[in-house]
Design a binder for this molecule. Structure first.
Ligand code: ZN
Ligand code: ZN
Length: 426
């Protein structure tokens, strides 16, 4: 009645295990499980395998959705994930959810010390991978195929580790999976420590040498290669996660963790992204800045945008212009787009590029806005100064670093202006 898995999946086994007809009600199901679980509880000398099967059957049949899947497609459908969960639950958890842990427990000593907490179904660790994407990738959307190796439950023994599907109770922990040790940490003070049983690594089971599965050698898991197709949607941000639920390493009695990809947006040579907006730098010659310009800007999807000055427009160094709705597509509503900002640099002629004659011609053309001429007397009264070349970006960065350093070293603030920048004369 219990034990061997049928060669092909049927959809009556769970009913047989609980000894109920296929038409039974939820209440009849409960009663049947309650009765059988108490009799077969390993703490009462019952067979752990039977106990497990009861829990498995009850878990499926008590869930209307899973029962439906089971009735229609059988046990294998549940294992294939249609009912999420499948047969990897912890029988003790089910038992406990039924009878409750602690004082009102039908077995006085159950749930004490080697508490049921240790038997709760573990959750496997999530596996986190960085996923490098280009700005083009998140502008256009893309999908990447990644091959990953992971542990899966041995397909031959379905993660049981044994040929027969059975396993005995671990002698090291009496099938509890956990061991409790008590140590004295002070006069009259005792600390109770709970740790995973080293003999069975927490499974509570042991498999005889003869019965070990030939494929996994009793290890229950195998290495497997899997190709995941990761869809990177338009507009995804740096640091955003793409989660593959339950695709991490499988382990017996463990809820499989997730594979999590964290997007790492690579720097782009031309565009910078801030939220949904894009920024691009463009250099103009002085002539273009004064007399107008026109150029083609290749966008992230290969389109050529024609960018041109309005008639009569003069662009000042550092000035920005905006093209509406040519920024990044917005995440999950890619029809909407941010803005594209163009920051203009103006390349002035090098020193000495203009002859005195050309300067005179320019003076004649350009509006004169020079300050009133200083009298010789004023000049004589002024102090002489020297103008050095500076890189203002660097200056600002240095000032910020200094600021931070000061914030960290509050107790050492007497030298606040400490490292003054020395500009080199050229
Ligand atoms: Zn053990
Ligand atoms: Zn195996």
């Amino acid at each position: 009645m219990f034990g061997r898995r049928p060669a092909q999946s049927d959809n009556t086994k769970y009913y047989d295990i609980l000894g109920v007809p296929k038409t039974c009600s939820a209440d009849e199901l409960k009663k049947a499980y309650r009765k059988a679980a108490i009799v077969n509880h390993p703490d009462k000398g019952g067979d752990p395998e039977k106990f497990k099967e009861l829990a498995q059957a009850y878990e499926v049949l008590s869930d209307p959705e899973k029962r439906d899947i089971y009735d229609q497609y059988g046990e294998d459908a549940l294992k294939e994930g249609m009912g999420a969960g499948g047969p990897s639950m912890n029988p003790f958890d089910i038992f406990e959810s039924f009878f409750g842990g602690g004082a009102s427990h039908p077995f006085g000593d159950f749930g004490r010390g080697s508490s049921s907490r240790g038997r709760r179904k573990r959750r496997g660790e999530d596996v986190v991978h960085p996923l490098k994407v280009s700005l083009e990738d998140v502008y256009n959307g893309t999908s990447k195929k990644l091959s990953l190796s992971r542990n899966i439950l041995c397909p031959k023994c379905k993660g049981k580790g044994s040929k027969s599907g059975a396993s005995g109770r671990c002698g090291g922990c009496q099938g509890q999976g956990m061991k409790v040790s008590i140590r004295q940490i002070g006069p009259g003070m005792i600390q109770q420590m709970q740790h995973v049983c080293p003999d069975c690594k927490g499974s509570g089971e042991s498999i005889s040498e003869r019965d070990k599965c030939g494929q996994c050698k009793g290890g229950k898991v195998m290495q497997d290669k899997k190709v995941l197709e990761v869809h990177v949607e338009k507009g995804k941000q740096h640091g955003q996660k793409i989660v593959f639920r339950g695709e991490a390493d499988e382990a017996p009695d463990t809820e499989t963790g997730d594979i999590v990809f964290v997007l790492q947006l690579k720097d782009h040579t031309k565009f910078k992204r801030k939220g949904d907006d894009l920024f691009v730098d463009h250099s103009l010659t002085l002539t273009e800045a004064l007399c107008g310009f026109q150029f083609a800007l290749t966008h992230l999807d290969g389109r050529q945008l024609l960018v041109k000055a309005n008639p009569g427009e003069v662009i000042k160094p550092g000035q920005s212009k905006c093209i509406n709705h040519e920024g990044m597509p917005m995440y999950q509503r890619p029809i909407m787009k941010g803005n594209l900002y163009i920051q203009f640099q103006v390349e002035f002629p090098e020193a000495g590029a203009l002859s005195p004659d050309q300067c005179l011609s320019l003076k004649a053309i350009l509006p004169s806005r020079s300050a009133p001429k200083l009298s010789q007397a004023t000049v004589d009264e002024c102090e002489e100064t020297i103008l050095y070349d500076v890189n203002m970006e660097e200056e600002t960065r240095r000032r910020q670093q200094q600021h931070q350093a000061e914030a960290y070293e509050e107790d050492d603030d007497e030298d606040a202006g400490g490292q003054r920048v020395q500009c080199t004369q050229q």
